[in-house]
Design a protein around this ligand. Structure first.
Ligand SMILES: Cc1ncc(COP(=O)(O)O)c(C=O)c1O
Length: 372
């Protein structure tokens, strides 16, 4: 029996067809497809600029660098993929973990406020599962204390807060196009930003500190060999293969996210009558990108094993980061995160789930009640 995966990208012939162009032109590095994808992505999010990168992790790393967090403190969430918090450490800053809201699993603005000190430089928010954080409260705090806000939109591509696209609200937005994200390119990332100076700085940082990219140099009649290097940057730029995929995926994104929402609705309807399951919430201020479907229940580990025995993969997103050994120096007691993570489990959610797979998942989940 093939296991039903938790996540799966949605591809068809259109993506395969789109790959022909970079392959036949021979331009598979940073080139015209990357530039076109950046242009269209910025338009989609509603920012002036978008900078293509080779991962969401690189996006967070560079975003924090240009936000100037080095040597300071960054208030962050424990319920995230470790990239969010590693990016703070890459920048020689200290993560200060704030507790989360029990229902959304997003960083709690009331907890953020308690942690602001004279060393705080920034707040990084993760729109968990695509459900936007309470951005009005967070932006108010940031303005009052002159802090930068970095949005980790790895789950939130196509989601919004009070009608404003995630990634256009804070000072800088970071996206991931990893294989299982709503917009999937295998690997890839993007930064969205409105400030021209930051855009220029990021373009240099993503390519070793070189101030002109290869495509810019190729556009001039006589390919200019000269470039300047003004700082130590990284090898972190996107290339034209993921960008070609990204252009097709971007076109489909609203439709794919709508399919995710339909499946969420179907799950919610089926599980809402089961008192032993807490279904996910969608607050009135957000339209979630529905990246994942996370329920809460007792005996989570037994449930995970039971589902696996029935051919259904599940996940736990996430083990609270502040409990990992690498974050020990930054440990603070976080009562909500430390209790809630033991109950969370992620069920399969992706656009190509078939109606019969959805029925089977629902049936199987509900039948677990006989085991408890
Ligand atoms: C919340 C969050 N932030 C950052 C990342 C890092 O993205 P990438 O895998 O593209 O480096 C991920 C990806 O899994 C994520 O889920």
């Amino acid at each position: 029996m093939d296991m039903i995966p938790v996540f799966k990208p949605s591809y068809d012939d259109e993506e395969l067809e789109a790959l022909r162009e970079p392959f036949s032109s021979g331009w598979i590095g940073l080139g015209p497809k990357t530039h076109e994808f950046e242009k269209q992505f910025a338009r989609f999010i509603g920012t002036k600029y978008a900078v293509g990168l080779n991962s969401g992790t690189a996006a967070l790393h560079l975003a924090m660098q240009v936000m100037g967090v080095s040597g300071g403190e960054v208030i962050t969430t424990p319920i995230t993929f470790v990239s969010t918090n590693h990016a703070i450490l890459y920048n020689h800053a200290a993560p200060v973990f704030a507790d989360v809201e029990a229902d959304t699993l997003n960083i709690d603005p009331l907890e953020i406020e308690k942690l602001i000190t004279k060393n705080t430089k920034a707040i990084v928010v993760v729109h968990y599962g695509g459900h936007a954080c309470l951005m009005s409260a967070i932006m108010d705090l940031a303005r009052k204390h002159r802090l930068k806000v970095i949005e980790d939109c790895a789950h939130a591509c196509g989601g919004s807060y009070n009608g404003q696209p995630s990634g256009s609200i804070g000072d800088i937005g970071c996206f991931s196009f990893h294989a299982v994200k709503n917009l999937a390119c295998g690997e890839g990332g993007m930064i969205t930003v409105n400030d021209e100076g930051l855009d220029t700085q990021l373009r240099s940082l993503r390519w070793l500190g070189i101030t002109k990219d290869t495509w810019d140099r190729a556009k001039t009649k006589n390919y200019s060999w000269f470039y300047n290097v003004e700082e130590v940057g990284y090898k972190a730029h996107m290339n034209d293969i993921p960008a070609a995929l990204g252009l097709v995926q971007l076109k489909k994104l609203d439709r794919l996210n709508e399919r995710r929402r339909q499946i969420v609705k179907q799950y919610n309807m089926a599980f809402s009558a089961a008192a032993w399951i807490t279904i996910p919430v969608e607050k009135s201020y957000t339209r979630s990108a529905s990246h994942n479907y996370v329920i809460k229940l007792e005996q989570r580990d037994k449930f995970v094993q039971y589902m696996a025995d029935k051919g259904i993969s599940t996940g736990v997103h996430y083990y609270p980061n502040h409990l990992y050994p690498v974050y020990k120096p930054y440990y603070r007691k976080l009562p909500v995160a430390e209790s809630i993570w033991q109950k969370i489990v992620t069920l399969p959610l992706f656009p190509d789930l078939t109606p019969s797979q959805i029925d089977y998942i629902i049936e199987t989940v509900l039948a677990f009640s006989q085991k408890i």
